[in-house]
Design a protein around this ligand. Structure first.
Ligand code: RIB
Ligand code: CA
Length: 300
């Protein structure tokens, strides 16, 4: 049974990815480590607790993480995710995060279960960079590492050059991409292959609680702005790839990440070969079938 820990800045697509993981058969979600990004850290922490509480999964530990990047301040994506970060009002959580930090939790879990934990990072990479700084060699103890981030040799989505997660903490992105650890990277070029149209989204239904909540989040996102005709999938692809690697084809690369300046957060292929399996093609049909299976999404 795969054990996964999700490092997240919940966020609309993060929430859907988390619900996918909770709904996937024979997967143990061993924890959510929170990082600032889409919304301020405190809001993301509240969202993680509230989401788990709402679906009856408060058994999953939630850990406080970084409320600012290694250098500077996080950008925000509340224009996309809404002020609360999740487009479905959730009751105040009745639970609290564990007392330890995300970094200490990740270090302890990876040391205790070497080669058993799949790490899925779907926010700025600050927690993972801090983990590797404070506990060198921890990332290499993961069974696998799947990351959503970057816009390799392609335009960004928060600046013309940079993708949001890399832009929020370019130094952390640089350190994780150059830690020498094998990882799968789902960047914007991959995400731009997968989208759900407004019409398709509004025609979907689910009879399962997690699938229904995920759909309400998606459908409310469309209803929040009449100009929204399609929704790109970001974190959902990284989560699906972590659990079902065949959903992607990849090529091995080394990456360069711009740490500062006007192109901070930009990412380029530095060399072929290397530890990063960069997503090339997404099997969209298989991805949508996985989401349909796990979340019980059906066309009306
Ligand atoms: O660029 C997309 C990424 O930034 C996703 O992880 C989304 O949740 C935001 O964090
Ligand atoms: Ca995210």
């Amino acid at each position: 049974m795969p054990r996964i820990i999700i490092d997240t800045d919940p966020g609309v697509d993060d929430a859907i990815a988390i619900l996918m993981a909770l709904a996937a058969p024979s997967v143990e979600v061993a924890g959510l480590t929170v990082v600032g990004g889409n919304v301020p850290h405190a809001r993301g922490l509240r969202n993680a607790l509230a989401l788990l509480d709402f679906v009856g999964r408060s058994d999953v530990p939630v850990l406080r993480g970084s409320n600012r990047p290694l250098k500077g301040r996080f950008a925000s994506a509340q224009h996309f995710h809404g002020t609360s970060g999740i487009t479905r009002r959730l009751p105040e959580p009745t639970t609290r995060p564990l007392p330890q930090s995300s970094v200490d939790f990740l270090a302890a879990q990876l040391a205790r279960f070497p080669g058993e934990i799949t790490l899925v990072a779907i926010g700025p990479l600050t927690n993972l960079a801090r983990l590797e700084r404070q506990y060198p060699g921890s990332l290499a103890k993961a069974a696998s590492l799947a990351i959503m981030g970057g816009s390799v040799d392609s335009p960004g989505n928060i600046t013309p050059h940079a993708e949001f997660n890399f832009y929020c903490d370019p130094l952390a992105a640089h350190e994780v991409m150059n830690a020498g650890v094998p990882l799968t990277l789902v960047d914007l070029a991959a995400c731009r292959q997968v989208f759900l149209s407004r019409d398709e989204a509004l025609r979907l239904r689910s009879r399962r609680p997690m699938g229904k909540l995920a759909l309400e989040i998606v459908q409310n996102w469309f209803r929040a702005d009449r100009g929204r005709e399609s929704m790109l999938f970001y974190d959902q692809i990284a989560l699906a790839a972590a659990l079902c690697p065949k959903v992607l084809t990849t090529r091995q690369v080394q990456l360069a990440v711009q740490i500062d300046g006007d192109e901070a957060g930009a990412s380029q292929t530095a060399a072929a070969g290397g530890p990063i399996a960069l997503a090339k093609e997404v099997d969209v049909e298989q991805l949508m079938a996985l989401m349909g299976d796990w979340l019980g999404w059906e066309r009306e």
